[in-house]
Design a protein around this ligand. Structure first.
Ligand code: Z5A
Length: 212
């Protein structure tokens, strides 16, 4: 029987460079002989992608914070059961663009939902699945927003004010300080090549621990 796979999540604010990093990291990991499943949140399953469309649709501006939180966890519950847990159990590694930390940052710090409520949902929805490594791409809000601005229409969350994204950033950074074994904070204002190198170092450490 193959060993259980490892779970790596990518987090960060808008325009932090997660998609850019994912492409390079995936290639690097496959060169290391790692069989990989890449997915994203919200989304990653047919049900999750349908929920993502509702969650990010600017026309849904009346969405209550509670509804937003529950839909994020509905997508996550489906992703854990349909994709993440089966992949890990089969010995594959999972690379996920955002996971539960995003709910503490956006729905918790951003929208003001109590973190204990989020923790209860996490216990219920995630079946004990937590990332082995979380790569946090950290950069000033203004820099990330400027990068994302070139992309066209903002989604329902991207239209929030800078203060919302400052709270999101502060929450992510606090979580990284609270869990230094799991988080690797990467300065995302560096060049894409430097960000990739920092991520590869962190993945290399995980791989070395796995092979030891
Ligand atoms: N959300 C939530 O509220 N609660 C939750 O529980 C979850 C999510 C799971 C969708 O996320 C939204 O859902 C998100 C949080 C919320 N809303 N917001 N805001 P998403 O991850 O799909 O979308 P995103 O956060 O908006 O990601 P993004 O803006 O697409 O950013 P990115 O993937 O991190 O960046 P990128 O596309 O790689 O790069 C952006 C641009 O910068 C692009 O032109 C790149 O070429 C450029 N770039 C990238 N890296 C660099 C460097 N190093 N230097 C210079 N330029 C760079």
């Amino acid at each position: 029987m193959s060993a259980r796979g490892k779970f790596i999540s990518l987090e960060g604010g808008e325009g932090a460079g997660k998609s850019t990093l994912l492409a390079g990291l995936r290639e690097h990991m496959e060169q290391q002989g790692i069989t990989l499943v890449q997915t994203r949140e919200p989304g990653g399953t047919p049900i999750g992608e349908a929920l993502r469309a509702v969650l990010l649709d600017p026309a849904q501006h009346g969405m209550a914070a509670e509804t937003e939180l529950l839909l994020m966890f509905a997508s996550r519950a489906q992703l854990v059961r349909e994709v993440i847990e089966p992949a890990l159990a089969a010995g594959r590694w999972v690379l996920c663009d955002r996971f539960a930390d995003a709910s503490y940052a956006y729905q918790g710090a951003g929208r003001g939902q109590p973190s204990e409520r989020i923790a209860q949902l996490e216990r219920w929805a995630c079946m004990g699945v937590t990332p082995d490594l979380t790569l946090l791409l950290d950069l000033p809000v203004a820099t990330g927003r400027a990068r994302a601005a070139g992309r066209g229409d903002a989604d329902r969350i991207e239209v929030e004010a800078d203060a919302f994204f400052e709270r999101v950033r502060a929450c992510y950074r606090a979580r990284a300080v609270a869990e230094p074994q799991r988080f690797q904070l990467i300065d995302a204002s560096q060049s894409p090549a430097e960000v990739l190198r920092a991520a590869m170092r962190a993945v290399g450490d995980l791989l070395a621990a796995e092979r030891a």
